[in-house]
Ligand binder design. Structure first.
Ligand SMILES: [Zn+2]
Ligand SMILES: [Zn+2]
Length: 890
């Protein structure tokens, strides 16, 4: 028998961690493999080991834990596999900044010592992150926790790479890529953030060869790249330049002759219509260069200083070279003009440096053969997106996808599993950690490629590498494909698309069936949270103050699929109050339970009554029906991924209907009724409460479990309790009850309006027509809830004559007359009304006079006049109301 003694107030801080530890130690998070049952599986998006959890992680964890707990209660073997991501570029950046505080650099430390620092960092933060996830209540299977650089996952990365390599889907070549000079690495297109910025457009004259004083003028935002130009291009239809195509221009500063060519992609509207072509430093120019077989010149070092190709500017930083070159052009009379210009500039996603497009030798994934099956999976419904509109976003990106640059010039990450032979030049890809000899000539003089893989390459394998792939493990066999991939919409391309491509390629199956995308969390004013704005909310601080349940419930009920959401502390506070309300409701139920009941007994009784409701009161039938409606609705909404709406309906039911109405109504049979009625009510209270705790458990796991543990039952833990099935709906009971609730509300409003003291009973006459008997049968409830004097309650079919001096309420098909003498002291009220009317009259006169003044209407601002007119209308309406009320008192 559980401990029925509940403390006066629910205290999350002494409860949550204790319950979590008990759940975890009891093994409740670990699924049992049962071949007769279909499992439910989510791979948790692994947070980066770069730091601590933020609100984005909190919403991710809340949504996934909700689904996991729901499916576990449905009796499905439920796996939620947690882990962390090594986050190559981000983690390396953070640790580089960290060691810089000690005056150290990555180069100074050397590869081995630097990586040691990163492993230390990883062990520290991995633990922090896992602890924080526990604080949120995430019921994931920690025995299966993975890290993207675990031995098994590293092996999966090598296997995937080698398979792609052997099928010609990974290649190495010199192409134009995005280069971050600060991080000193290549980036994929996705890792570059484009931002509109104020810049300058420089117009520069290129002298024509074999001509005196003849020029072709080009416009550029990056004048230093002139040093890498290998052509000038114009549109073939552009009449201005028709005669120049085929001739040569002389490159300023370097005096190199370059051809003037015609290419369809040149926009005649941009600048002068003639553009410089720098295949080594611009993606469009790179393509033009390919089409016209132009040479490609790389003028930059890794740190964006200029190399020997830059002639007199060699050794200068890119911006220094820009200043010097522009000054030289100006001196030589070749700078025509400089205009302000706004354009999008690429920045490194991690360190925010301006990215330099640059030709470089890198590893690429040939993406089309992976993208085609990944698109087919979405087209034929094997994968569906929630919300559906992201299907189109997915297709748009996949249809225009470019080969994926996967090599990074970093140290932290999965080393590319390729060895270069010094003797024969052969490249050998191998799943071995250390290759002994060249596969072609057998030479031992081989070097492993120094680069590491893009982090998203290993996270792209996450749903199956974590289950043991490429080995044929029991986990992989049973839990793969997974069910739902739930993540933020801003990593749809980075991650979701790559998991689908690599998953279908490597396993022949889609990695998950549903992609649920949630939005970003903004502050209460809809602003993005950022450190510089100082509006960042730390989930751990919120948990300390309000408890994890409150944070989770606020996040969940604020969410709709795919949309950004606002979070305010008022919402969190309201969620905490909801938890407290539930706690107090449970205290009431237990405090009035008597000694006889267990959850199991009451369930049996109520199930019997559901078949034959004749012994139930209207209130019982109503709450039972509403409860069943809510079970059906919440279940349906969760299945439809409408978690926010599910939470809101539960809240409305539990607070608005169960606590505020049924519990209040239950006091009649409990305190004033016969034994059998009290007994029946006790059973109903227990039944509805217990099943509601189950419904709410996936949203607020801690307060529901703690409350449930106080109920007398044979069960072990709420987390394992079965999800409730909806019973019968009693439409008649709902139709009869709703007008009665409306009536009580209307009487309460009238009492409030007339400022009747809460404890003072009033008189009431109800005209109910054919429903007279129904209302009479509920008289006790009306008396209690609307505070009506039992001796002064009349319930009639019809009234011969309307009562005088009474307030009339028409509500829900009933007429209610409240004698004013019962509501107010008539003499005093009359005096008060007269005073108010006199006051109002003065205001009306003042306003009328003001509006009659010619000067006012003509000279005052229009909105001031409008406001005054609206004020006058208000005064007159109020005057009419007060006169009416006064008349009723005469
Ligand atoms: Zn960078
Ligand atoms: Zn060799």
């Amino acid at each position: 028998m559980a401990n029925r003694e509940m403390s006066r107030a629910y205290d999350p801080s002494s409860t949550e961690q204790r319950l979590y530890q008990w759940w975890e130690e009891s093994g409740y998070f670990i699924p049992e493999i049962d071949p007769d049952k279909a499992p439910f599986v989510i791979s948790m998006p692994p947070p980066n080991v770069t730091g601590v959890l933020h609100l984005g992680h909190a919403i991710t964890a809340s949504l996934q834990d909700l689904m996991i707990r729901y499916h576990r209660m449905k009796g499905e073997p439920t796996l939620w596999l947690p882990g962390e991501d090594h986050a190559s570029i981000a983690a390396q950046y953070v640790v580089e900044k960290e060691i810089a505080k000690e005056g150290l650099t990555r180069e100074g430390l050397g590869r081995e010592a630097f990586l040691e620092r990163l492993w230390d960092w990883m062990h520290r933060y991995r633990h922090v992150i896992a602890t924080q996830h526990r604080r949120l209540g995430t019921s994931c299977d920690w025995t299966r926790e993975r890290f993207t650089m675990d031995e098994g996952l590293a092996r999966a990365v090598r296997e995937a790479f080698v398979r792609l390599f052997n099928h010609g889907l990974v290649y190495r070549g010199s192409y134009l890529i995005n280069w971050c000079p600060r991080c000193s690495t290549a980036l994929s297109d996705l890792e570059v953030d484009h931002e509109e910025e104020e810049s300058k457009l420089y117009y520069v004259r290129y002298p024509l060869q074999d001509a005196n004083d003849a020029y072709i003028t080009v416009a550029t935002t990056r004048p230093e790249t002139i040093l890498g130009d290998t052509a000038v291009a114009v549109h073939p239809e552009d009449r201005r330049y028709k005669d120049l195509v085929g001739r040569m221009a002389i490159l300023p500063a370097l005096q190199r002759p370059i051809p003037i060519i015609a290419d369809e992609t040149v926009d005649p509207e941009f600048g002068t219509g003639a553009v410089k072509v720098t295949p080594g430093h611009d993606p469009t120019d790179y393509d033009i260069g390919q089409r016209h077989s132009l040479p490609t010149i790389n003028i930059m070092e890794d740190d964006a200083s200029l190399n020997h190709e830059a002639g007199p500017y060699a050794g200068q930083d890119r911006y220094e070279a820009r200043r010097n070159l522009v000054a030289d052009l100006d001196r030589d009379g070749l700078l025509v003009k400089v205009e302000p210009y706004q354009h999008a500039l690429g920045h490194c996603q991690r360190c925010h440096s301006v990215v330099e497009p640059r030709v470089s030798t890198q590893w690429f994934v040939k993406i089309q053969p992976l993208a085609d099956p990944a698109m087919a999976a979405a087209r034929d419904g094997r994968i569906r997106f929630v919300p559906e509109r992201f299907t189109k976003v997915y297709f748009n990106w996949m249809e225009n996808i470019r080969d994926w640059c996967i090599s990074r010039q970093l140290w932290w990450g999965h080393r590319i599993p390729v060895w270069h032979c010094d003797d024969c030049g052969q490249m050998t890809a191998s799943v071995e950690v250390a290759l002994a000899a060249c596969a072609k000539c057998g030479s031992n003089s081989i070097r492993q490629d120094p680069d590491v893989l893009d982090t998203w390459f290993s996270s792209g394998l996450w749903p199956f590498s974590t289950l043991g792939w490429p080995n044929e493990t029991e986990d992989l066999d049973y839990f793969y494909p997974t069910d739902v991939m739930e993540t933020a919409y801003d990593i749809l391309f980075f991650w979701v698309a790559r998991m689908i491509m690599l998953g279908t390629r490597m396993t022949g199956e889609v990695p998950f069936r549903t992609v649920y995308l949630h939005g970003l969390i903004r502050d209460e004013h809809g602003q993005k949270m950022s450190k510089s704005k100082g509006n960042v909310v730390d989930p751990l601080e919120v948990i300390e103050e309000y408890g994890a349940d409150a944070l989770r419930f606020a996040l969940l009920t604020g969410s709709t699929p795919g949309n950004d959401m606002k979070l305010s502390m008022q919402k969190v506070e309201a969620a905490r109050n909801f938890g407290n309300k539930l706690w107090n409701a449970a205290r009431f139920v237990l405090g009035n339970l008597g000694e006889r009941y267990s959850v199991e007994d009451t369930a049996q009784e109520v199930n019997h009554w559901e078949e034959d409701a004749s012994s139930l009161s209207l209130a019982d039938r109503w709450i039972l029906s509403r409860h069943n409606q809510v079970i059906a609705a919440v279940t349906h909404l969760i299945e439809q991924f409408q978690f926010g709406e599910a939470g809101r309906q539960l809240y409305e039911f539990l607070w608005g209907e169960f606590c505020d109405w049924y519990i209040e109504m239950s006091k009649v049979p409990l305190y004033e009724g016969e034994r059998v009625a009290a007994h029946r009510t006790q059973a109903m209270l227990m039944y509805i409460l217990e099943r509601s705790l189950r419904l709410l458990h996936p949203f607020m796991p801690f307060v529901t479990e703690e409350t449930w543990q106080h109920l007398p039952h044979d069960g072990e833990a709420l987390i394992l309790a079965p999800w409730p099935e909806p019973g019968l709906i009693d439409e008649v009971a709902e139709e009869e009850m709703e007008p009665l609730r409306d009536m009580v509300r209307a009487i309460r409003n009238a009492r409030a309006e007339y400022e009747v003291e809460p404890s003072r009973p009033i008189a009431a006459t109800i005209v109910a027509g054919q429903k007279r008997d129904l209302v009479a049968s509920q008289a006790d409830i009306l008396i209690r809830l609307a505070r009506i004097d039992p001796g002064q309650l009349r319930i009639e079919e019809v009234l011969e004559e309307m009562p005088a001096k009474a307030l009339t309420l028409v509500v829900g098909g009933y007429e209610v007359y409240l004698p004013l003498a019962g509501l107010v002291d008539v003499d005093r009220e009359r005096a008060r009304l007269k005073r108010d009317l006199a006051e109002l009259h003065r205001e009306v006169v003042r306003s009328e006079e003001l509006l009659a003044k010619q000067g006012f209407v003509a000279k005052a601002p229009a909105e001031v006049v409008a406001r005054e007119r609206a004020r006058l209308v208000g005064y007159r309406e109020r005057e009419a109301t007060l006169r009416e009320r006064l008349k009723s008192l005469e």
